[in-house]
Ligand binder design. Structure first.
Ligand code: PMP
Length: 407
């Protein structure tokens, strides 16, 4: 921890100086979106003041600069996740877009009537609904890996579900509601033993853990820029070349073509085949700045710091009598969900907000998971690299206060 200078990290995020209702902001809603460092904010201004232009189209100076900057981001992202090739990194609008792209393009090509898709009981709606839509369209079946009361995947049940009808496994790396860290390497190995590709929803992992798509051997990996200190409106779909090559394009339009004739269109090569139309150029370039920022701090340092903070927060909150944790897996990352027994999560959230503390309350886009636990929702505190023990202490005393007011 010696190199982790929390004061200078916090100073890089101007919004953290905000006061809410006269209290210093304690931002613990990082699972929803993270705050942005000044370098990312500056990158937006720099883009519009220096190189604003459309990419991949013009021969003129500004267009070259914008194209180079945009493609540098792809390079940085590719290196960040250790993709074998830069063209395996498709720039999308975010995780939701990335998963829908695979459901649509892979699904159209490979999923037929009677086939099966496996997801888990802890998936975000964006890793449920696209597969439901696909299954409905193709006459396929959605199968759901159950979880235990701690919020861990039932790996025995998963293993038993794998058979020749299964055409894809799509599972989250870290649960946005429970914080459970799933054994992706094992999940992938088991699926591959049956020749089944695996998509990993990395929305809650990419900012907390070192992701190496080749070491994990995943076939697809999806994540969002805005959850990793970058801007909204940009994200990534990593896909192995062998799958991307066999998939038809997602949308038709400019950039995704090599040649258009009324009789026939020849599609562009990877990654452009999946990137129709003008992309979110400034967001793409700024995501490169976010990757630079994370690398300056160091993901292993961030992971160490956040793990310690998560332990500290779990212990401190567990000392409140009325607390009930939802999600007590052995392997967890960055998220604590809880209920203050008898109180509605929304009411707790409102009191915390009055005290300057930003948490999320509700079902967190995981309604089937809430049903599994028989609850309407949770209070969720999700941490990021800039949170502190002092902020956790403020959270704990605010939860105590909420408990005394509501119970
Ligand atoms: N999956 C998980 C696990 C998430 O936490 C989220 C965002 N809450 C998403 C998918 C969807 O991400 P986005 O809204 O950025 O597309």
């Amino acid at each position: 921890m010696t190199h982790y200078d929390i004061h200078s990290i916090r100073a890089d995020f101007p919004i953290l100086k905000t006061k809410v209702n006269g209290y210093p902001l304690v931002y613990l809603d990082n699972g929803a979106t993270t705050q942005k460092p000044q370098s990312v904010i500056n990158a937006i201004t720099d883009y519009y003041t220096q190189i604003n232009s459309n990419v991949h189209r013009g021969v003129h100076h500004l267009s070259q600069l914008a194209t180079d900057a945009y493609e540098v981001t792809r390079r940085k992202l590719s290196e960040f996740i250790n993709a074998a090739q830069d063209y395996e990194v498709i720039l999308t609008n975010g995780t939701t877009h990335s998963i829908n792209l695979v459901a649509h393009c892979y699904g159209k090509q490979f999923v037929k009537e009677g086939d099966e898709i496996i997801i888990s009981a802890m998936e975000h709606h964006s890793n449920i609904v696209p597969w439901q839509m696909l299954c409905e369209e193709q006459g396929a079946k959605l199968r759901v890996v159950p979880i235990n009361d701690e919020g861990e995947l039932d790996m025995g049940a998963y293993h038993a579900m794998l058979n020749e009808r299964v055409k894809l496994v799509s599972i989250t790396y870290v649960s946005n509601t429970l914080g459970t860290l799933n054994p992706i390497k094992e999940i992938t190995k088991l699926a591959h033993d049956h020749g089944i590709p695996v998509l990993v929803d990395g929305a809650q992992a990419i900012q907390h853990l070192h992701v190496d798509v080749q070491a994990l051997d995943v076939d697809f990996f999806a994540f969002s820029g805005h959850k990793m200190y970058g801007p909204t409106g940009v994200g990534v779909l990593y896909g192995k070349e062998k799958w991307l090559d066999q998939m038809p394009p997602y949308q038709g339009g400019g950039d995704m073509i090599k040649e258009v004739r009324f009789e026939k269109t020849i599609y562009n090569e990877l990654p452009f085949k999946f990137e129709a139309g003008t992309p979110n150029i400034e967001a793409g370039i700024c995501l490169g700045a976010a990757v630079d920022y994370i690398k300056t701090i160091g993901l292993s340092q961030i992971a160490l710091y956040e793990t310690e903070l998560l332990k500290y927060a779990t212990k401190a909150l567990s000392e409140i009598d009325q607390i009930r944790f939802i999600g007590t897996a052995k392997e967890k990352s960055s998220v604590i969900s809880f209920l203050v027994n008898g109180a509605h999560p929304y009411d707790v959230g409102v009191i915390l907000d009055k005290l300057g503390i930003a948490v999320r309350t509700g079902h967190h886009c995981t309604q089937p998971l809430m049903e599994r636990f028989g609850i309407p929702g949770t209070v969720r505190a999700s941490i990021a690299m800039y949170n502190t023990k002092e902020e956790i202490d403020l959270l704990v005393s605010a939860v105590k206060r909420a408990a005394s007011m509501l119970l």
